[in-house]
Design a protein. Structure first.
Length: 206
């Protein structure tokens, strides 16, 4: 399935240096092809081993356009032909990192796969209990949310000195821990691209 993302279409006009390539297969004799030459340049700083190009209206990514037997080195280009319209593009590097963006093809052109297109995967954040008591409930909510949501511990508990690891997307969060007596420990947490660890301390007690 495609990854949901807040897309911002990129519209790039064709340049005089665009190189046209012949479309493989049998050409339609009744009407000329309206497909345009589109070039993708790898500017990620790493090798791209998978490239998916799918019409925005499609629900799946389809097959890898690199064919499984070629890669796109940093600085390298891949040229194909596409009909006018909106497309979702996803590139993947050898570490499994993905780079996704949306393009609008008009008259062809060149599109760059940039580091800024890299998707933010969830990061591991480890919470350690330094309260001196057992933590029965742990709530982690995005700061922009209006509710705490569900308890992250489920049927688990965090003994004093114990740890619990959760995967979170980078961003701002509010954290609330609850002990058996109903005392709460709240604080704000910033999750960076490195993940990390955070301590629930007695000073966090409300």
């Amino acid at each position: 399935m495609k990854k949901e993302k807040k897309w911002q279409p990129r519209i790039i006009a064709a340049t005089a240096l665009a190189v046209f390539i012949a479309l493989a297969g049998v050409a339609c004799a009744s009407a000329p092809s309206k497909q345009s030459t589109v070039t993708f340049k790898n500017a990620t700083g790493v090798t791209i081993q998978l490239l998916y190009i799918s019409e925005t209206s499609n629900d799946s990514w389809g097959d890898d356009w690199l064919g499984g037997n070629m890669t796109l080195k940093n600085g390298g280009t891949y040229t194909t032909r596409l009909s006018p319209g909106e497309y979702d593009v996803k590139a993947e590097d050898p570490d499994g990192n993905t780079y996704t963006f949306r393009i609008e093809v008009t008259n062809g052109g060149e599109y760059s796969i940039d580091p800024g297109d890299k998707d933010d995967p969830e990061k591991s954040v480890t919470f350690s209990n330094a309260t001196g008591v057992t933590i029965h409930y742990l709530y982690i909510s995005k700061t922009s949310d209006d509710s705490w949501g569900q308890d992250r511990l489920g049927e688990n508990m965090m003994l004093n000195g114990g740890t619990y690891t959760i995967s979170l997307l980078p961003g701002e969060y509010d954290v609330k821990a609850v002990d058996p007596a109903g005392n709460t420990y709240t604080f704000k947490l910033t999750v960076t691209s490195d993940g990390g660890s955070v301590s629930i301390d007695p000073s966090d007690k409300d």
